[in-house]
Design a protein around this ligand. Structure first.
Ligand SMILES: *Cc1c(COP(=O)(O)O)cnc(C)c1O
Length: 455
């Protein structure tokens, strides 16, 4: 498809590629996006919001082209999903081949090898060299729910502990596990029982409590309020995502994992957002040599196709009775083909190392800004999962309005940036790992202008 001359032909194929730069040819949103937004308002439930008022036509490697021909820099990756790019050649080829062979049989009816191959890959790549098993699902929330089911079947206990600022999804059980009321939980209760919340580790806001002390505080509360004997699973994001890219103090995760092991509690790492090279390690748990009993993956796993997984110790994974796990679409063949191609892309293109390079570039840009602007309270995160927490001058009072204003300025100037955090005051950067340094630098020039424009 030819779109306003934004495409250049490669060889004599019909394949096209984006001219990799930011380019605004209309105001944002342009006329076609505005017309589509009117249709959206009439057709789509109001509860389904959008960050940007522009409609996508094509995307890949850090550029998104909208329906008016504007080219936006993508610092969101569709919320940490398209880590290998939104049209990665290996993914496109693998899915194209699979879609022509068959789209679906249901793995529970007549299985196919792609599912098994993805399970083998996950068993091999996730932390720990113990015997593992994997089950595949569709969304992150569905996989988190299944991790809890499996932990309960294995331990024959009921309770689940989660943490302040946690995000685990939007289904009923995972809403119980998610911390933040608005927009996630408000008016949607009552929520699933036997979910308990413990204090976490948030160095910027807990007076730099060290990891061991933060873990001791959480464990004390768990033992007093729940009791280890009643606890099936402890579920934690190694770096909290929606909660504000909160990286716990060193030692926090290893101490919790050790306590779980000693207490017969299943330690579940929710790596839905942090997994698959995003944080400069293949999995964020690796940084402190944490070996989760179960690890939940989704988002970056399949180059944009819906797929999620629970992977873990064989004896725990096999505790659920035959037929107890599954779902019509879980491990769909197109998604499995995409996952194998995405994993190959990560390996072949050295995207774990690329994420670390992106961290250096973004942190350097943000640190330079923070050195002359006290409103940038905390720059944190790892790999291509970096955030800055915006605060009012003279302290650390959250400034969600500044975050909103800066994000809006960036959007109007062709940079897709997301906010997050319990206080809504965190700008987060999640570019595809295949983005160029040029695009990143251009995007952070815009961010600098945005901060300057809202002094
Ligand atoms: C996005 C996310 C989920 C939920 O995944 P969905 O695919 O949206 O259901 C769960 N946990 C974490 C850490 C996430 O970032």
């Amino acid at each position: 498809m030819q779109l306003n001359g934004c495409w250049t032909s490669i060889g004599h194929t019909t394949e096209t590629s984006l001219v990799n730069k930011r380019l605004l040819v209309t105001e944002l949103p342009g006329p076609r996006s505005r017309a589509l937004m009117e249709r959206k308002t009439s057709a789509v439930a109001d509860g389904v919001g959008t960050t940007m008022p522009v409609f996508a036509a094509r995307a890949g490697d850090g550029i998104l082209v909208d329906v008016d021909g504007n080219q936006l820099i993508d610092l969101g990756s569709g919320i940490a999903v398209t880590s290998v790019g939104a049209s990665a050649p290996r993914v496109v080829a693998a899915v194209t081949e699979q879609v022509a062979a068959f789209t679906h049989t249901c793995f529970m009816v007549t299985p196919y090898d792609g599912y098994v191959a993805v399970a083998e890959k996950l068993n091999a790549l996730t932390p720990g060299d113990h015997e593992k098993r994997t089950a595949l699902f569709n969304s992150g929330a569905e996989a988190v729910e299944n991790a809890v089911k499996i932990a309960r079947a294995y331990t024959r206990r009921d309770a689940v502990v989660v943490f302040d600022h946690a995000y685990h999804g939007r289904t009923n059980l995972t809403l119980a596990m998610t911390a933040k009321n608005k927009p996630y939980k408000h008016t949607f209760g009552p929520f699933a029982p036997e979910v308990y919340r413990a204090p976490g580790s948030y160095p910027y806001r807990d007076g730099n409590l060290d990891g061991a002390a933060a873990a001791a505080r959480a464990i004390d509360q768990i033992e007093k309020q729940i009791g280890a004997d009643n606890l099936a699973a402890l579920v934690i994001e190694p770096i909290q995502g929606e909660g504000g890219f909160i990286e716990p103090a060193p030692g926090f995760l290893p101490a919790l994992a050790a306590w779980c092991r000693a207490s017969g509690v299943v330690f579940v790492a929710d790596e839905v957002q942090t997994g698959f090279a995003r944080t400069g390690d293949l999995f964020a748990s690796e940084r402190e040599n944490v070996v989760p009993d179960l690890i939940v993956t989704a988002k970056g796993i399949a180059g944009g196709l819906p797929l999620s997984a629970v992977t873990g110790r064989a004896e725990i994974m096999n505790a659920a009775h035959e037929g107890g796990l599954g779902g019509t679409y879980g491990g769909n063949p197109l998604a499995c083909a995409a996952a194998l191609a995405a994993i190959e892309t990560i390996e072949e293109e050295g995207l774990v190392a690329r994420a670390a390079k992106i961290e250096t570039l973004i942190k350097e840009r943000l640190s330079r800004l923070a050195a002359q602007d006290v409103r940038l309270g905390d720059v944190r995160g790892r790999g291509a999962m970096i955030a800055v927490e915006l605060v009012r001058p003279g302290g650390n009072e959250p400034d969600p309005r500044l975050a909103r204003d800066v994000a809006r300025f960036a959007h109007q100037h062709g940079v897709i940036v997301l906010t997050c955090g319990t206080y809504g005051n965190v700008l987060r950067f999640l570019p595809p790992l295949t983005i160029s340094d040029e695009l990143l630098n251009d995007a952070f020039d815009v961010l600098a202008e945005a901060l300057e424009a809202h002094r």
